[in-house]
Design a protein around this ligand. Structure first.
Ligand SMILES: NC(=O)c1ccc[n+]([C@@H]2O[C@H](COP(=O)([O-])OP(=O)(O)OC[C@H]3O[C@@H](n4cnc5c(N)ncnc54)[C@H](O)[C@@H]3O)[C@@H](O)[C@H]2O)c1
Length: 377
């Protein structure tokens, strides 16, 4: 229950997937929440309605992060800012270049200029594991590789695993925040811009600033087209409709799938931990899974193991092979401890996807998935 003295937080992009869960987390912990979101049609559909699942107690300012007047209005009386507003996705960033740089980079510039006149006690910005490009790798002999890339010629041969300059196959390691950044998309460039701009202005003007590099966040209300983890919702959707999952490459790419509930908690910890100021933290589950394993887990949940995955052998442009999180810094400084195992998270995701399909078809009877109670962890 918040009171008149409860701190007021502004979440930019707060009507989106992560923002809506974060809103719930913060309201439950006694904060007042204000949201600035333009209800972008790509995310919210042509009607651009306030999402029904967004907690009614949150105050929503509909407006663009690039509109200085609206941003100033939204900042009035605010104690801290969590900056999520962004256009999300790597592939489309490679042809919608101006849009990504405008919303993500210029939008952050507008927010920071407005913050000069409305100083806050804390700024937390959502960055992405995309800034790393490929994760950290090691050779069999223990040599470390920071800046790994697969050439188009290599992937065209179906030779999927990254190699050292000597041609030796190398292996993914948990990636710490100290790994060199190596963006491989315009989206990743814009996320690194956001980080650097917030850090720099935060330092220059005494705004304690924290950067969270989120890995592949999944959970109810995620966009199916979400490049990180929309894949998991798409797998569930296909299986529920009796279609096989389609795996890119050979399906053995490793990712760190992290529950949106753990991510929401990480943001709150970043706000509340004095030592987090000035820091950059990986937020993942700390456990790598391949797309193939995640698809198999979903097939088991939906009871469609009979539908063998279709391995396309196709490599998506700019796609990395492996990136898995080293979350020891977040554990140590923020006291962050992921609580949602992938099995439980996928069960809830599948139930949500099933409900969405039924809603679209207006079918009253349930399909396959036992509906779990919402994950309260
Ligand atoms: N989902 C993930 O797996 C993931 C991983 C790494 C980083 N992130 C970052 O987390 C943040 C939130 O991502 P999400 O998955 O919730 O995405 P989302 O697309 O669901 O939410 C983004 C929100 O920003 C709003 N928005 C877009 N353009 C805007 C503008 N010009 N002005 C104001 N609002 C605008 C959208 O309407 C939407 O509500 C983003 O910064 C994203 O880069 C997400």
């Amino acid at each position: 229950m918040h009171t008149d003295t409860s701190p007021t937080l502004l979440i930019t992009g707060g009507a989106g997937f992560i923002g809506s869960h974060l809103t719930t987390e913060l309201l439950q912990h006694g904060y007042r929440v204000r949201i600035l979101d333009n209800l972008s049609p790509q995310v919210h559909g042509p009607e651009r309605q306030r999402p029904g699942h967004l907690d009614r107690r949150a105050e929503v300012f509909v407006g663009d992060i690039r509109d200085p007047h609206r941003v100033e209005e939204a900042l009035d009386g605010v104690d801290a800012v969590i900056h999520l507003a962004a256009v999300v996705g790597e592939r489309s960033s490679m042809y919608r270049i101006e849009k990504y740089m405008s919303v993500n980079t210029t939008g952050t510039a507008v927010l920071l200029e407005a913050l000069l006149d409305h100083p806050v006690e804390r700024l937390v910005v959502a960055s992405s594991s995309a800034v790393y490009g490929e994760g950290l790798y090691s050779s069999y002999n223990g040599a470390i590789f920071q800046n790994v890339r697969r050439s188009p010629a290599q992937t065209a041969r179906g030779d999927w695993e990254p190699r050292s300059p000597d041609g030796e196959v190398i292996y993914p390691l948990p990636t710490p925040e100290t790994k060199e950044v190596a963006p491989q998309s315009i989206y990743a460039v814009s996320k690194y811009d956001q980080e650097e701009m917030c850090r720099m202005i935060g330092e220059a003007y005494g705004i304690p600033t924290t950067v969270l590099r989120l890995f592949s966040v999944y959970g109810p209300h995620q966009g199916y087209a979400n490049p990180y983890s929309g894949m998991l919702a798409e797998y569930a959707s296909r299986l529920l409709q009796g279609l096989p999952v389609r795996l890119f490459e050979d399906g053995y790419q490793q990712r760190d799938f992290v529950s949106v509930y753990d991510v929401a908690r990480a943001f709150r910890l970043a706000l509340e931990t004095p030592r987090a100021a000035g820091g950059t933290f990986n937020i993942g589950s700390g456990r790598p899974y391949t797309f193939r394993t995640a698809a198999d887990m979903l097939a088991a949940i939906i009871r469609r193991q009979d539908l063998a995955p279709e391995v396309t052998g196709a490599c998506r442009v700019g796609e990395i092979r492996h990136c898995i999180a080293d979350i020891s810094r977040a554990r140590e400084v923020l006291g962050y401890a992921p609580k949602v195992p992938l099995e439980a998270g996928l069960l809830e995701l599948a139930a949500w996807v099933e409900a969405e399909i039924l809603e679209r078809r207006k079918v009253p009877s349930p399909l396959n998935v036992p509906v779990p109670s919402r994950l309260h962890v």
